[in-house]
Design a protein around this ligand. Structure first.
Ligand code: SAM
Length: 330
């Protein structure tokens, strides 16, 4: 173990391999390393000899137990009960609702710096009023709260089961998600690998992504190059889906609807800059004031907006600007 990450001896390949190592380190023992240490990793590249190098442990790996969420006695008891339920082969709808309400995202993981805060159930159900389509992709799906509510809302509305794909980086969350929504296709992966994953096209992307300056290892969406994780996810969604519905912090949206008396559109700020650089206009959807759910998150109380984006329309507008004669002919 050394103190600093060295220059990457084998250039891009090794850097890329490191970028793929999960920042939360799936090994529980890793979370017990004291802060400031570096982790030695041997990376084997296909068609190349094994190489050893050192990578500084990310802050979300360090500090371990101290930085995990502090659960109250009641929360620990409920989390334990949820774990017991998860041991069953098949869960009833009642079991699933108990797990969604009580399985704590911070009980086993340092969830603060990875931005892993699951959507409160009531907010997830409200969110689905702004979701339509048949082929849906949930980016940063957690244990599947949004996907679960979406599955049942669309099934009820359309009379047939939607096809839902969930992408989540934390393998334990994926494992739990598979128990709660076995009807979905679960992929344990980093959303920034969307191209390599060859996911195909979807009617709609949904997401409650990590908020703010969460580590991305230098990776970005196709157009947005700023600092906010949620805007990178909305940018990635534009390549995968015709429409999108997202939960993002109010400060990253281009409007204020929740928790205010009068709705207003912003003239500046992160959301407006995102719209201007990408051409993806953020809409308020059917208009849901999310502020009543602020106290129902575990460990945080963010003021959020539900934002919808019509990517297909934005693409059409972009094409009409680039090729005005074709647009006239059509
Ligand atoms: C705010 S939580 C929301 C989870 C879920 N969508 C929900 O609404 O309950 C964000 C999730 O994104 C996951 N995540 C963080 N970075 C990711 C990445 N690069 N690729 C895929 N998932 C990621 C976290 O593990 C966490 O489960």
């Amino acid at each position: 173990m050394g103190a600093k990450a060295p220059a990457y001896a084998q250039g891009d390949l090794l850097t890329q391999a490191f970028a793929r190592l999960p920042s939360f380190a799936p090994l529980p023992s890793c979370s017990r390393f004291p802060a400031g240490l570096s982790l030695s990793v041997e990376v084997t590249l296909t068609n190349a000899p094994p190489v050893s190098a050192t990578r500084e442990i990310e802050t979300d790996l360090t500090g371990g137990i101290d930085k995990m969420a502090k659960l109250t006695k009641a929360q620990s008891k409920a989390h334990f009960q949820a774990e017991e339920i998860l041991k069953k082969d098949v869960l009833s709808e009642e079991d699933k609702e108990f797990v969604f309400a009580n399985w704590h995202e911070g009980a086993e993981f340092e969830n603060g710096s990875t931005g892993a805060f699951f959507t409160p159930e009531g907010l997830a159900w409200d969110f689905t009023f702004d979701v339509s389509g048949h082929k849906i992709i949930d980016l940063c799906a957690g244990i599947g709260m949004l996907a679960y509510a979406t599955y049942h809302r669309l099934m009820h509305r359309n009379g047939k089961a939607p096809e839902i794909t969930c992408i989540e980086r934390n393998p334990r969350y994926v494992e739990v998600g598979k128990k709660l929504l076995p009807e979905a296709t679960w992929i344990c992966a980093d959303v920034f690998d969307w191209q390599e994953l060859n996911l195909g096209k979807f009617d709609r992307a949904i997401s409650n992504p990590p908020f703010g300056k969460v580590k991305r290892f230098g990776r970005t969406g196709p157009s947005y190059k700023g600092a906010l994780f949620e805007l990178h996810v909305m940018d990635i969604a534009s390549e995968l889906a015709n429409e999108g519905t997202f939960i993002i912090p109010q400060n990253s949206a281009s409007f204020k609807y929740s928790g205010v008396q009068c709705h207003s559109r912003d003239k500046k700020g992160a959301g407006v800059e995102f719209q201007n650089t990408t051409g993806f206009y953020m809409s308020e959807g059917c208009g849901i004031d999310t502020s009543c759910y602020r106290d129902m998150w575990k460990g945080v109380n963010p003021l959020c907006e539900i934002v919808t984006i019509d990517y297909a329309q934005a693409r059409q507008q972009r094409e009409a600007q680039e090729f005005p004669l074709f647009a006239l002919a059509a």
